[in-house]
Design a protein around this ligand. Structure first.
Ligand code: HEC
Ligand code: HEC
Length: 288
């Protein structure tokens, strides 16, 4: 090891004195700015560790001198969001349905809130976005309504449901005609129902069912099969079916009808949510 500092001939740089096979190691210290940044980050890290929650322990973590807490901030955010929502919810509670329709702010809030509440509570039965599901779960996106598609009717259906225990629930019962009509009548009235919706396979048979329909069915489903929303009796003169439009499916419903049930929602979701849902469902396919 040489005792005095040596300089490299080529660069004029100090060497460390190490040399391998004629290759000398130059003494290139780290740039000053780099060192300062390095020291500064150490100081910053120590400071951060003291001030903020940092080091986990078996039972928790060091809390830090500032008492800063992520949760407190989130809670504050939530409080603010609630306060903002509360203004809207108050508005919705105090405004009737047509008033909400006329107020762009409340309408917007209802449509977006309604969409979220629908996805959580209704889509399981009525399908994503109200597309409906086979087996008696009506589509809400078309303008074909069992119980009426104006705001008041949609509101009533959602608030109190259909054929449940609630005293304001929608209710009606199609009788089971399996025990009231003979086989021929059942066959012919089935064909007649088909003829209301589309070209029947057997026009003569359909014609034979006209009389049965007029006496047994028209009171609920209407003379022309147009349905009756006061009774929740579906339209039969279009190709939209709750329980399927095949001959077998139609005939089964006539002989031994199913009765769709929907729970009431007002108690569970509250008045404001039901109003928001009403506006949302109405926008999906509401008429009138
Ligand atoms: C457990 C299944 C189920 C759930 C959940 C459900 N529904 Fe229904 N809903 C039904 C059934 C079944 C019917 C049809 C009842 C009938 O046959 O008259 C119906 C009917 C309706 C109707 C009347 C449609 C028409 O054509 O008149 C509306 C509106 C409606 N539901 C909205 C909702 C909303 C909004 C929610 C969520 C808050 C919801 N439903 C949740 C089963 C359900
Ligand atoms: C008391 C009223 C009432 C009478 C009478 C009645 N229905 Fe119905 N009908 C209903 C109701 C209500 C429904 C819907 C049941 C439901 O929503 O679950 C229905 C459903 C149907 C359906 C299923 C429609 C679909 O979209 O899937 C057919 C088909 C039908 N009725 C045919 C008949 C025929 C045919 C007769 C006469 C022989 C008849 N109904 C008599 C009330 C009645």
């Amino acid at each position: 090891m040489p005792t005095k500092k040596e300089k490299d001939d080529l660069t004029g740089q100090e060497t460390t004195g190490h040399e391998w096979d004629g290759i000398e190691e130059l003494n290139n210290p780290l740039p000053k700015w780099w060192l300062y940044v390095f020291y500064a980050s150490i100081v910053w890290a120590v400071g951060y560790m003291l001030l903020f929650p940092a080091i986990p322990s078996l039972t928790g973590y060091t809390k830090g001198l500032l008492g800063w807490e992520r949760r407190a901030i989130v809670e504050q955010d939530i409080r603010q969001a609630r306060a903002a929502q509360a203004t809207y919810l108050d508005g919705i509670r105090e405004t009737d349905l047509s008033g909400i329709m006329g107020d762009p702010d409340l309408l917007n809030f209802s449509l977006r809130g309604g969409e979220a509440v629908f996805a959580d509570n209704c889509a399981a039965c009525h399908g994503q976005g109200g597309a409906g599901r086979p087996g008696g779960y009506p589509a809400l996106v078309d303008d074909n309504w069992l119980w009426g598609g104006d705001l008041e009717n949609i509101h009533h259906t959602i608030a109190y449901g259909v054929r449940n225990e609630h005293s304001d629930s929608r209710s009606s019962q199609m009788p089971a005609f399996g025990g009231m009509l003979d086989r021929d009548e059942l066959r012919s009235v089935t064909e007649y129902v088909i003829s209301l919706a589309r070209e029947p396979e057997d026009a003569e048979l359909a014609e034979a069912g006209r009389e049965v329909y007029a006496t047994q069915c028209a009171a609920c489903h209407g003379d022309d099969g147009g349905g009756m929303t006061q009774l929740g009796a579906p339209t039969l003169n279009n190709d939209i079916w709750l329980y399927g439009g095949e001959r077998g499916e139609i005939s089964r419903q006539i002989a031994n009808p199913r009765h769709g049930v929907m729970p009431p929602w007002e108690e569970r979701l509250g008045e404001e949510m039901v109003k928001m849902l009403t506006v949302y469902v109405h926008a999906l396919g509401g008429g009138e």
